[in-house]
Design a protein around this ligand. Structure first.
Ligand code: PRP
Length: 215
């Protein structure tokens, strides 16, 4: 059996992805509490690399990892040359335009100032609709309209609590987002059987994990 290397996104998705892997019979070597970045499962011949969400697709595209678990948000923003193999239907959230209640998105020729961590998604979304001025930020984007730096933000909304805590509301729902499994194109071709077997077990693990909530 050949080895598989899998890149996992730290943070928001990490806990649920590990639970699915455990339900699939994998992943029990991963200890998300430590600062370790590589975990080796000798029995199943799998290496896990724990990386920042925005870096998952880079490891997979470059073939350092055969597979990756990552949010659709990063995939849409980065447009990496990878295959998207499975929607895990977890980590569900939505891309939204948000701001103070009543803020207008349509301003005619006047550019709408938008603060975001997702410049590509935002530009594409507003292309042919409304001129915009992008303000790129690395986080805490909700602050931008509060301090008058932007008219609105484009960001992920999960529970809505960050918007609410800052007096902002969704002005327009844009794109639904969930976690995906991606594959390196060459690995998918040359390690197809191994990857298919892994996916089959993950699919069963996902169904068992989701089933726990339904039953
Ligand atoms: C994300 C996102 C929002 C928040 C939404 O930020 O950018 O700020 O979570 O989640 P909620 O709807 O459940 O409140 P993240 O936690 O990744 O931190 P950041 O703002 O520093 O990017």
């Amino acid at each position: 059996m050949s080895w598989l290397t899998i890149a996992l996104a730290k943070g928001r998705l990490e806990e649920e992805v590990i639970k699915i892997l455990i339900h699939a019979g994998y992943g029990n070597v991963i200890d998300s509490i430590t600062r370790k970045l590589i975990f080796v499962d000798e029995m199943n011949k799998i290496k896990y690399l724990v990386v920042k969400p925005v870096d998952v697709a880079t490891y997979v595209e470059r073939g350092v990892a055969d597979l990756g678990f990552v949010g659709k948000d990063s995939l849409l923003e980065q447009e990496k040359d990878v295959y998207e193999l499975m929607d895990l239907e977890l980590g569900n959230c939505i891309f939204a335009a948000a701001g103070f209640p009543g803020t207008l998105l349509n301003r005619g020729d006047e550019p709408l100032k938008i603060a975001t961590k997702y410049p590509n998604i935002t530009s594409k979304y507003f292309q042919n609709r409304q001129p915009i001025e992008l303000i790129y930020l690395n986080g805490s984007v909700e602050l931008a309209p509060i301090v008058g730096m932007s008219d609105i933000i484009v960001d992920l909304v999960e529970t809505g609590s960050t918007l609410k805590a800052n007096g902002l509301v969704i002005l327009e729902k844009m794109i639904p987002i969930s976690a995906r499994i991606i594959s390196n194109r060459v690995s998918y071709r040359f390690n197809h059987l191994r990857i298919s077997q892994f996916l089959e077990k993950v699919k069963k693990g996902k169904d068992a994990y989701v089933g726990n909530f339904i039953n």
